[in-house]
Design a protein around this ligand. Structure first.
Ligand code: ATP
Ligand code: MG
Length: 265
């Protein structure tokens, strides 16, 4: 199968900071559904930003569609535009992604930037807002929306490009249960259409349902293990060690006790 991303020995350090990601080897194939799992601070968002060409490895190499993703490659406008038309990132924090005065402008931004004609942009924006159920918000200012509404606008703005590769950072956080379910169905729809989807999350429901490949990042910012979702999700000691499941207190039959608890499936 053709690979979309190939990472060899990728280490990343934010300027003046400790290592955020260490010695990561990874191959992501076209059409694959991949979950990057790991506790807070393990490096999931950093990894997605590297895949989106926003940061570049301090050591090691990332190839995207066969080309090394480097600062100099991204300075080439033609390469950068082609790359951004193929790869879209939905940020963990929509406030980082949303910066325009209205929801409509936000969703229209990337297609206009990449040269789509105005009539087609209008249709695309209309369809994306409909699909996300946020047509009523089209004239609102993104910074006045609720967290969940902002997340939907961020998704709609990536959908407007309908990239071949979707990078999603914690797509279900801040969403109500119905919308969380909708997101999981949406991921299934994307992979059903042959898209490559890489999701960073601690919501184990996502790999449980999408059943793709999982990479587990440990608190040492390295890949602890890689495997099929069903195998990883059955490995209770791994999930406890990676801080993906935990012991917490319950009240049953007037007795309070603690045990490992699953929230998926
Ligand atoms: N801009 C930054 N400057 C310096 N260090 C950073 C920066 N952003 C993240 N880090 C550090 O890099 C490491 C990885 O952070 P990252 O945001 O990738 O983790 P994460 O797995 O996405 O966590 P979360 O589950 O909380 O979203 C952490 O130790 C974090 O403190
Ligand atoms: Mg994160």
């Amino acid at each position: 199968m053709e690979s979309v991303f190939e990472l060899s020995n990728v280490t990343f350090r934010y300027p003046g900071s400790d290592i955020a990601l260490e010695s990561v080897d990874m191959v992501i194939h076209r059409g694959e559904s991949v979950a990057i799992l790991g506790a807070n601070g393990s490096g999931k968002s950093t990894l997605l930003k590297l895949l989106d060409g926003l940061y570049f490895p301090s050591k090691g190499e990332i190839r995207a569609f066969g080309t090394v993703l480097s600062e100099s490659a991204m300075r080439n406008k033609k390469f950068a535009n082609q790359f951004h038309a193929k790869v879209g990132l939905v940020f963990q924090d929509p406030d980082v992604q949303l910066f325009l005065p209205t929801v409509w402008d936000e969703v229209a931004f990337a297609p206009l930037q990449l040269g789509m004609d105005k009539e087609r942009v209008k249709e695309t924006v209309h369809d994306c807002l409909e699909k996300l159920g946020i047509s009523k918000l089209k004239d609102r200012a993104p910074y006045h929306l609720s967290e969940g509404e902002k997340k939907k606008v961020a998704l709609a703005s990536v959908l407007a490009l309908d990239p071949e590769v979707w990078l999603m950072d914690e797509p279900t956080s801040s969403l109500d249960p119905r919308t969380q379910g909708w997101i999981i169905d949406f991921i299934l729809e994307l992979t059903g259409r042959g898209k490559t989807v890489v999701v960073a999350t601690h919501d184990l429901e996502i790999p449980y349902v999408t059943a793709g490949t999982c990479y587990v990042l440990g608190q040492g910012h390295k890949v602890m293990t890689r495997g099929g979702a069903r195998v990883i999700l059955e490995d209770e000691s791994l999930l406890v060690a990676a801080n993906l499941i935990h012991r917490h207190r319950h009240f049953h039959d007037r007795v309070t006790h603690a045990h490992v608890h699953r929230h998926w499936g």
